[in-house]
Design a protein around this ligand. Structure first.
Ligand code: FAD
Length: 314
């Protein structure tokens, strides 16, 4: 019931302005949100970065925001990334590539009614150039399926200048095996995740087993390819499969990595890192935490229970 009825409903709530405003006004979410988001300010993000590096984890930082509806907001997002990158450039990296930022093209203007694609690409270009000067990597997040073609197109175009620019492929989309084949041949840095948006069955597998099977097929393609696979999953089955495939494909440990979200299976992140695996933690920060937070609720029934309890205790 959770997967077939509740999950799509919760994920759809991410798009509801009314639910968003109510939960932000109530302030109920703060305590629950803190589990997944270290804070609203850049200082909070910087503290989380330092703590993660000290624990042997690499990081990718997301300045929260998505579905920007006016151009000035997209410009403000770019400014936030530029000051963040400036701060990150002062952090000593234990290994090159330990610092990364993640960005969403819809926060940079992709869905603006006029010239959205052009604005998003120009904004992403500004961030990529600043990241390169700061010695920080960049990965472009995956959003809902309607944005995929344009995102992959923009990333391909930017990779001509920034060849270490990464992006994300979502195993639940029926098209993704083909995208993995293209990516594996292009040598790109690719984060493979299951996918977090409510998608119709016409474009995505909606059954959990089918998504898992698709993930394993995609993982094999990426591991066999000549790119840099970023295995974004907390699922023990996917984590184990990645380690086995890396051995089978003769991949040295620096040629791929595990990725997990801030606040989720932290013990496992540390265990893998202590065992010599490269592990990166995705750290989101900022005031626009609502969409991100709702997707985390939709991933696990226990999260929803926790949230509802917090609501009830007010
Ligand atoms: P699941 O089968 O969902 O979970 C396996 C186990 O992990 C669960 O049993 C539980 O123990 C734990 N777990 C998983 N999720 C939660 C949670 N929310 N709270 C508590 N425990 C949990 N999706 C996109 O669509 N676009 C992106 O750009 C994107 N970037 C991502 C980046 C990273 C680094 C990661 C880790 C995920 C990203 N995702 C993204 C989300 C992803 O698509 C999945 O929705 C999410 O990771 C849950 O899938 P799973 O592989 O962890 O497996």
């Amino acid at each position: 019931f959770f997967d077939t009825a509740l999950r799509p409903m919760i994920t759809a709530a991410a798009a509801s302005e009314r639910i968003k405003e109510t939960s932000q006004r109530l302030g109920v979410t703060k305590r629950v949100v803190e589990r997944f988001v270290p804070g609203e300010t850049q200082d909070d993000a910087l503290t989380a970065i330092r703590e993660s590096l000290d624990r042997g984890l690499s990081v990718t930082i997301d300045h929260l925001g998505e579905d920007t509806t006016d151009e000035s907001q997209a410009t403000a997002t770019v400014s936030a990334y530029l000051t963040l990158l400036q701060q990150m450039s002062h952090i000593a990296q234990p290994d090159p590539g330990a610092l990364e930022v993640s960005l969403k093209l819809t926060a940079l203007g992709q869905t603006l009614p006029r010239h959205g694609r052009k604005i998003a690409e120009e904004n992403a270009h500004i961030i990529c150039a600043a990241a390169r000067s700061a010695g920080v990597l960049v990965t472009v997040d995956a959003e809902d399926h309607r944005t995929v073609d344009e995102r992959l197109d923009i990333v391909r175009s930017l990779r001509r200048e920034f060849d270490d620019l990464g992006t994300v492929l979502q195993a639940y989309l029926r098209r993704t095996e083909d995208d993995c084949r293209d990516a594996a041949a292009s040598g790109a840095r690719i984060r493979l995740c299951k996918g977090a948006y409510a998608e119709p069955a016409t474009v995505a597998f909606t059954d959990r087993t089918q998504v898992d099977e698709a993930y394993l097929r995609c993982l094999r393609i990426l591991m066999k390819g000549n790119g840099y696979p970023m295995v974004a999953s907390h699922d023990p089955m996917m984590i184990g499969a990645a380690q086995e495939l890396a051995i089978e494909c003769d991949r040295p440990s620096g040629s791929w990595e595990h990725q997990m979200l801030y606040g989720i299976r932290t013990d496992e992140q540390l265990r893998l890192a202590a065992g010599g695996s490269h592990v990166r933690v995705y750290i989101p920060y900022g005031t626009e935490w609502y969409g991100y937070f709702v997707r985390r609720l939709a991933e696990k029934p226990a999260n929803l229970t926790f949230f509802l309890r917090a609501l009830a205790s007010r």
